[in-house]
Write a protein that binds this ligand. Structure first.
Ligand SMILES: Nc1ncnc2c1ncn2[C@@H]1O[C@H](COP(=O)(O)OP(=O)(O)OP(=O)(O)O)[C@@H](O)[C@H]1O
Length: 255
């Protein structure tokens, strides 16, 4: 392949993980992960507890540091360089299991904090954008409340809106529904489905919500013991799982 073609191929990928390895002390948590993510691709990552799913996506925005291999984001290797990291953290939004909202700030202030201080967006513009996204996640009337006054499902929708206010290219979701009461799960999944179906946003979602995976994922990745064991379209993944470990996992979660 010519150098130009090689670069063109590389540029198709917004995120590349190349022989990625990570250890927590002596514990080898990620083992030779190779994963290329295309711009706009929607990926669901599943697998047993402790298989390294959260660690994998936390490495993408350097919340966890890898020790070997490479992560390349928009053609630039992630090294921990502070300037690059600022850019990555602006372009890659993340929603966590436990929302991580600032409890002492109103919803509006939670949403406008980063745009005003990191992006230097004028306050009125940041507030207008925040309102737009609060409407999109269907809670515009909660803007002046504090996180503690909202349900878990509402707080998670605020967390999604907060990420969207930074106009990210990639959204990482780390089990966004697993801390929610069952009746609140669908209101968060609905927002995620809408986001996925709009297209354009690259999404990596660690979730056990297999209905979500079937509905919107372009690709499902199954991890076990720090390795990617299998990846496929949802159709193939659910109907024709190849490895015994995937079959066992699916038999345990789908009844
Ligand atoms: N900061 C840490 N220090 C040491 N070990 C850790 C740390 N974080 C995670 N681990 C261990 O690494 C392994 C992978 O954890 P990780 O959270 O990435 O898995 P997971 O697949 O997301 O699990 P779950 O579905 O339960 O959230 C687990 O055995 C966990 O105990």
């Amino acid at each position: 392949m010519s150098e130009a073609n090689k670069n063109a191929a590389v540029n198709d990928y917004i995120i590349r993980m190349i022989n990625l390895n990570k250890w927590y002390g002596d514990f080898h948590v990620l083992k030779d992960i190779n994963l290329d993510v295309k711009q706009g691709e929607r990926i669901v990552i599943c697998g047993p507890s402790g298989s390294g799913k959260s660690t994998l996506i936390r490495c993408i925005n350097h919340l966890e540091e890898h020790q070997k291999g490479q992560i390349v984001i928009e053609g630039e290797e992630l090294t921990g360089d502070i300037k690059h990291l600022e850019k990555v953290r602006t372009n890659v939004g993340m929603c966590f299991q436990h929302f991580n909202l600032f409890p002492h700030l109103t919803i509006m202030d939670n949403l406008t904090l980063a745009p005003i201080w990191v992006r230097k967006t004028p306050k009125a513009e940041a507030e207008a954008t925040a309102m737009k996204y609060l409407e999109r996640v269907k809670i515009p009337d909660q803007a002046d409340k504090f996180p503690g006054q909202l349900s878990g499902g509402q707080q998670q929708r605020v967390a999604i809106a907060r990420s969207l206010c930074m106009n990210p290219k990639v959204m990482l979701f780390d089990e966004p529904t697993s801390a929610l009461d069952p009746e609140m799960i669908s209101e968060v999944l609905d927002v995620m489905v809408e986001l996925a179906e709009e297209g354009g946003m690259t999404m990596l979602c660690v979730t056990h919500e297999m209905g979500f995976a079937k509905q919107v994922a372009d690709r499902v990745i199954f991890m076990d013991a720090g390795q990617i064991i299998e990846e496929n379209t949802p159709d193939e993944f659910f109907n024709n799982p190849q490895s015994e470990r995937t079959q066992l996992f699916l038999s345990q979660i789908i009844h």
